[in-house]
Design a protein around this ligand. Structure first.
Ligand code: RAT
Ligand code: ZN
Length: 423
C-alpha cells in the first residue's frame, strides 16, 4: 500500500521549515514574568541592549572601569553598548544579531542606525500589548518562569494571588540557595517563618520540606529547578547530597514533579561584570547518572553548560528514560552549538528530547531566540527526512507536524506528567 499523504522529495524541506516556524512553542525555562509581576517583566530597547550577554561583549572594546558603567542610568548604559557593538563594529555575535532580528520582525527600520529613532518605535505601547505582540510574532504559546519565593519583589505577587492570573505563564520553583548557599537559605527561611537551623537536624529537614511543598502548591510549580556549579558531585558526603536525598527528591516525589538541574556554571569569575561575569565549566556527568539510577521513578530535566559534556549527556539519556535533556544553555545558545547539539541529539535520541529553551530575560528576546533556533531545528530535521526519503520512507505533513510538536511542545508536558497541557 502506498502512503498517499507522503510528500515528494522536493517539498520536504520547504514544508519542514514552514512548520518549524509555525509550530507553537512551550518555552520550558525562561526568566520572563507575567504582566502581574510588574517591574520584574523586562521589555523594551534599553533592557534589550543591557542584556548581560551584550554587556560582556561591549566591555571587550573598552577600558571603562566597571564601576563607572554600573553608575550610569540604564539609558546611558544602552547608548554605550549600542555605540560599541552596533556603530563602532558590526553586530555579528549571536546576541547582537538577535537584537536586530527583533527589530526587523517588529517592523522597525534600522537603516539610519539611530538609537533614539528605534526607542521612539517602542513608545506608546503598554506592557500587555507588547506581551501579546511578541507572543504572536514568536509563536511562543506557553512560558515557564523562574520563581523565587525569597525575592521581595516576587513574593507579594504570589501572596496576593496574582501570579497565576495569566494562563500563558507557568511557574517553576527555583531552589539555588538551598543547595548552593545554605547559610543564606537558613536566614531566608527563618525570615519566612520556617523553624530551621544551620545544623542539619530532623526538624530542619522537615521544615525545608514543608517550605517546598507549600510553595509548590502556592505557585503550582511545574518543577523544582537549580543552576549548579560544575563541581556538583553526587553522591557525596556533603550538604548538597543530603539536601537532594532527604529533601528535594522526597518532595518532588510527593508532589509528582520533576527536578530540573542546570549544571556547569562557575559564578562570578569576574565579579566586576556582575551577572555578566559568570563562566562555564566542565562537569561530571556521573552525578546525573547516579541520580537517575538511584531514583528510577523520579524525572530529571537536565541541561549542561560545557560543550564537552553534551555528547555524554545525550548518551546517558539513552540509558535512562527518567532523564530528559533540554535546551542549548547560555553560551551554547549560539548557531554553531545549537546546530551541533541538535544534530547529535537527534541522531542519538530521535525526537525524544527538548531541543531548546530560550532562557530569555527580556520579553522581545523570544522573537530572536526562537526564530534562530527554529531555523536550525527545522533544517536538521529536514536533513533527516531527506535521508529517510532516499531509503524509501517518505514523510507526510502530519508526520512533520507531529515531530515538531513533540520537540517544541509536547515532550515537555508529557515528561512532566501533564499531557493535557500540550493541546
Ligand atoms: O542564561 C542566563 O541568563 C544566565 O544568567 C542564568 O540565568 C542561567 O540561565 C540560570 O538560569 O542560572
Ligand atoms: Zn536560566
Amino acid at each position: 500500500m502506498t502512503n498517499a499523504a507522503a510528500l515528494p522529495f522536493d517539498q520536504v524541506r520547504e514544508k519542514t521549515m514552514q512548520l518549524a516556524y509555525q509550530t507553537p512553542v512551550t518555552d520550558m525555562h525562561t526568566h520572563l514574568y507575567a504582566p502581574a509581576f510588574d517591574e520584574l517583566l523586562l521589555w523594551g530597547v534599553d533592557e534589550l541592549l543591557t542584556y548581560h550577554y551584550l554587556i560582556s561583549e561591549a566591555f571587550r572594546w573598552s577600558d571603562e572601569p566597571y564601576e563607572q558603567f554600573w553608575s550610569w542610568t540604564k539609558k546611558e548604559q544602552a547608548d554605550w553598548i549600542w555605540k560599541k557593538l552596533f556603530i563602532d563594529h558590526s553586530p555579528v555575535s549571536e546576541a547582537a544579531t538577535g537584537f536586530l532580528t527583533i527589530l526587523h520582525r517588529l517592523g522597525i527600520d534600522t537603516t539610519a542606525r539611530n538609537l533614539d529613532e528605534i526607542r521612539a518605535a517602542f513608545s506608546n505601547i503598554t506592557t500587555e500589548q507588547q506581551v501579546d505582540r511578541v507572543m504572536e510574532v514568536s509563536k511562543v504559546r506557553k512560558i515557564v518562569m523562574t520563581n523565587d519565593p525569597f525575592d521581595p519583589l516576587e513574593r507579594p505577587v504570589w501572596d496576593t494571588n496574582q501570579g497565576k492570573a495569566d494562563q500563558r505563564f507557568y511557574a517553576a520553583l527555583r531552589v539555588d540557595n538551598l543547595l548552593n548557599n545554605w547559610q543564606q537559605a537558613v536566614q531566608d527561611l527563618q525570615m519566612l517563618g520556617y523553624d530551621v537551623t544551620a545544623e542539619w537536624t530532623e526538624k530542619t529537614k522537615a521544615e525545608v520540606r514543608r517550605f517546598l511543598v507549600e510553595w509548590i502548591e502556592k505557585i503550582d510549580a511545574l518543577y523544582l529547578a537549580v543552576s549548579m556549579t560544575g563541581d556538583f558531585a553526587y553522591p557525596a558526603d556533603d550538604h548538597r547530597s543530603r539536601m537532594v536525598d532527604e529533601v528535594m527528591v522526597p518532595v518532588c516525589q510527593q508532589k509528582s514533579i520533576p527536578f530540573a538541574l542546570m549544571i556547569g556554571v562557575k559564578r562570578r569569575v569576574n565579579p566586576g561584570l556582575q551577572l555578566a561575569g559568570d563562566m562555564s565549566m566542565h562537569s561530571d556527568v556521573s552525578a546525573v547518572e547516579a541520580l537517575c539510577r538511584n531514583y528510577p521513578d523520579q524525572k530529571f530535566l537536565i541541561t549542561m553548560l560545557a560543550r564537552e559534556n553534551q555528547h555524554e549527556l545525550a548518551v546517558l539519556a539513552r540509558k535512562f528514560r527518567n532523564l530528559m535533556v533540554f535546551g542549548c544553555w547560555w553560551f551554547l545558545h549560539i548557531e554553531s552549538m545549537v546546530e551541533e547539539m541538535t544534530r547529535f541529539r537527534m541522531e542519538l535520541l530521535g525526537t525524544a528530547m527538548i531541543p531548546q529553551h530560550s532562557d530569555c530575560r527580556v520579553f522581545e528576546q523570544l522573537i530572536y531566540k526562537w526564530e534562530h533556533s527554529r531555523t536550525i531545528i527545522g533544517n536538521v530535521l529536514a536533513d533527516k527526512y531527506e535521508k529517510l526519503h532516499r531509503s524509501g520512507w517518505a514523510v507526510s505533513e502530519a508526520d512533520i507536524s507531529r515531530d515538531l510538536d513533540d520537540m517544541l511542545n509536547r515532550n515537555f508536558w508529557n515528561f512532566i506528567g501533564c499531557p493535557e497541557e500540550a493541546n
